[in-house]
Design a protein around this ligand. Structure first.
Ligand code: DCM
Length: 133
């Protein structure tokens, strides 16, 4: 059994048509209403790609392909590490199954979005991703 310290939270940078998908958190209270890259905890026995694909089925109802890393590792206070990955949609339209809303943003909207604090460090990387798309 893996310890919490070794565990990863995967987050998806889903880009399509020059826009990035953001999802609005329902909780905890300090994060409710803020926007994030969808994702979640990778479970023991899963690769990060497998875990992220599973989370995106649960949270958005979509099938995806997980690509390379985006941005830096973000250490979480609980000892876990948050990592973003480039993700491509294979099937389905993202729906807010576990968020209060989802929306596609271009560079200007992304820069103005109220992101969760952990995800804000990726802003330059995400803007680069949109520009090269
Ligand atoms: N988290 C984050 N940014 C994301 C996804 C998750 O900061 N894009 C954080 C919030 C929680 C932890 O990771 O501290 C686990 O996420 P969740 O609560 O969604 O399972």
């Amino acid at each position: 059994m893996q310890s919490d310290e070794a565990r990863e939270v995967g987050a998806a940078a889903i880009v399509a048509g020059g826009r990035l998908l953001l999802a609005q958190r329902v909780g905890p209270p300090e994060l409710a209403g803020l926007w994030e890259l969808p994702g979640g905890k990778i479970e023991p026995g899963e690769t990060p790609a497998e875990g992220l694909r599973r989370e995106l089925v649960e949270e958005l109802g979509v099938l995806t392909a997980v690509g390379g890393r985006v941005g830096a590792d973000v250490p979480l206070p609980n000892g876990m590490v948050l990592r973003a990955y480039r993700v491509t949609l294979l099937d389905g339209e993202p729906a807010a199954l576990e968020h209060s809303a989802v929306r596609w943003v271009g560079p200007a909207e992304l820069s103005a979005a109220e992101l969760v604090p952990n995800d804000r460090v990726w802003l330059p990387d995400l803007l680069t991703l949109l520009r090269v798309e």
